[in-house]
Ligand binder design. Structure first.
Ligand SMILES: C[S@@+](CC[C@H](N)C(=O)[O-])C[C@H]1O[C@@H](n2cnc3c(N)ncnc32)[C@H](O)[C@@H]1O
Length: 290
């Protein structure tokens, strides 16, 4: 089986295993409340790493037009199908590791919006973690987001408390401290589809995507990389008491615990000072007027 984009492999299960789970819904609800403060009906917004299009769909329902982009064709197919009826979402391929130098967003044949066409931009739940230098993205966005416009990102944090405690107490120190390593790679695997060959002739029972390099920038690092063009205006934790997605199942089968963790998240989960200890942090920048 040819290796493929890691997220192509995850796309068909992504909503079931993340977006539509109780914890996934809760966390996305928190992001939606931020997005709805930032963007209003009539705005034009650029989404990076849109995945299956959940956030674009939500904003479209509030009258915001969204250019939803992603590097994964499989994710884009789902986003396209999900948002087609909204009339306010356009879906296009864009790889953040290969930002075009011209006025385009990417390699698609459609004419692209001109410079400073967007009232804002955002990327939710980790698309920026596929980069290891955010200066080119900041410069690229500065040519597209209007002065005073907002850029907001959900970023996987380098010091996830849950991950360190959970995997550490289970003796899995490699996973517990994976965010501290310089060269962390993510390689999803999936059971192969049923083989048409008689049993024994189809060798592999799993197939894997190309390993995907992941970085975990600090808030200070992102702020510095965006500083020539953007000013940080807000940061908050996202998933401080609630666990990362690989532990959702362990917590969701204990409804009492889930309820307590959601209450803690409601009460204390927005303190900016604790953002680095969460699974993700949510960070907002304002485009400078220069
Ligand atoms: C965890 S998913 C989040 C998807 C979506 N934003 C959401 O809120 O559910 C990360 C997404 O980032 C996309 N992504 C990762 N690296 C990317 C890159 N270099 N360029 C564009 N998209 C990327 C993946 O294809 C995937 O859809």
């Amino acid at each position: 089986m040819t290796p493929q984009n890691a997220f192509d492999l995850l796309a068909s299960d992504y909503d079931e295993t993340f977006s539509y789970t109780p914890i996934g819904r809760y966390l996305r609800g928190r992001v939606h409340s931020r997005l709805e403060r930032l963007f209003r009906a009539g705005d034009h917004v650029l989404e990076l790493g849109c995945g299956t299009g959940e956030d674009a769909l939500r904003l479209a329902g509030r009258g915001v037009s969204v250019l939803a982009t992603d590097a994964s064709e499989a994710m884009l197919d789902i986003a396209q199908a999900k948002t087609a009826d909204s009339g306010r979402v356009r879906v296009e391929k864009l790889d953040l590791r290969m930002l075009p130098v011209s006025g385009d967003t990417g390699s698609t044949p459609n004419p692209q919006p001109s410079a400073l066409a967007f009232d804002g931009a955002f990327a939710n739940f980790g698309p920026l973690n596929g980069l290891d230098d955010w200066r080119p993205l900041a410069a690229w966005l500065s040519a597209r987001v209007k002065p005073g416009g907002m850029a907001a990102f959900g970023v996987m944090s380098p010091l996830c408390m849950w991950e360190m405690i959970w995997h550490g107490t289970h003796g899995d120190f490699k996973t517990a401290f994976r965010r501290w390593r310089k060269d962390t790679r993510f390689q999803p695997q999936k059971p192969s589809p049923p083989s048409p060959l008689p049993q024994g002739e189809g060798k592999s029972s799993r197939f894997a995507a190309e390993p995907f390099r992941v970085s975990y920038p600090t808030i200070r690092r992102l702020t510095r990389d965006f500083a020539p063009h953007f000013r940080r205006v807000h940061v908050e934790p996202l998933g401080l008491f609630l666990p990362p997605s690989d532990v959702f199942g362990g917590v969701e089968k204990r409804p009492g615990l889930l309820k307590v963790l959601m209450r803690l998240e409601d009460r204390f989960g927005r303190w900016g000072g604790l953002a680095l200890l969460a699974d993700h942090y949510w960070i907002e920048f304002e485009r400078l007027n220069r």
